[in-house]
Design a protein around this ligand. Structure first.
Ligand code: SAM
Length: 213
């Protein structure tokens, strides 16, 4: 099986068993800080959470007054996200769809904010530019993009050594980024506003806030 087929099964299992390494309902502070800090200007604005999983950031955005769309290719995750949204104080509006990042079913310029929390680092390097090039097209003028991806300091286990900046293991693909990679990839199209590295035990991530140039 090719890596994306295996990876789809990996995410399917992750949601079926509930055993995955990222929080189910708790949104990340980096996202919440952005939503709270820009609350006034973001009210009624359109946000797409790409690879939204169980919807923690999509729901948070809708609760803060945005017109929030979550998209994921895992039906079970989308179903759970809809379930988690029940009874929440949604001040904007909330929409979930099943869809693939390689075929994002929205028009260019459809969004003011994009979120990718944990998807880009699962895209093979040769395919990533197709996805990355679509992002600024989906955004309106001066739209925001919030990205979270693995830092090259991320380790799966103590003592892990890698010769490359990617690995395929246990049915999925992981790519690791240095801060300078992020600038090389994004700085031409996006103004990079904030880059925070989070190190939590063996796990290390970059959280990046960008704005379309
Ligand atoms: C690490 S999880 C993060 C989920 C969510 N963003 C969060 O922060 O809770 C990555 C998500 O990307 C989704 N995903 C991976 N490849 C995808 C693809 N090709 N199209 C759509 N979603 C994808 C997975 O199903 C999974 O829900």
């Amino acid at each position: 099986m090719k890596v994306y087929e295996l990876q789809k099964v990996y995410f399917e299992e992750a949601y079926r068993t509930g055993e995955h390494g990222w929080p189910v309902t708790e949104p990340e502070r980096f996202v919440m800080d952005f939503l709270k800090k820009n609350k006034r200007s973001l009210a009624g604005k359109r946000l797409l959470d790409i690879g939204s999983g169980e919807g923690r950031h999509t729901i948070a955005a809708a609760m803060e007054g945005l017109v929030a769309y979550g998209m994921d290719y895992q039906f079970l995750a989308v179903k759970r996200a809809i379930g988690f949204s029940k009874g929440k104080d949604i001040k904007g509006s909330l929409h979930f769809i099943a869809g693939d990042i390689f075929n994002i079913p929205f028009k260019d310029g459809a969004f003011d904010v994009l979120i990718d929390y944990g998807v880009l680092h699962h895209i093979k390097k040769p395919d990533a530019m197709d996805y990355i090039n679509r992002l600024p097209l989906l955004l309106k003028e001066r739209g925001y993009f919030i990205l979270s991806c693995f830092s090259n300091r991320f380790k799966h286990y103590e003592g892990e050594r890698r010769k490359r900046d990617w690995t395929a293991h246990r049915g999925h693909y992981d790519r690791f980024f240095k801060k300078k990679d992020l600038y090389e990839i994004f700085a031409d199209t996006f103004e990079i506003i904030d880059v925070a590295e989070e190190i939590n035990g063996l796990h290390a991530f970059y959280h990046i806030l960008m704005r379309k140039r």
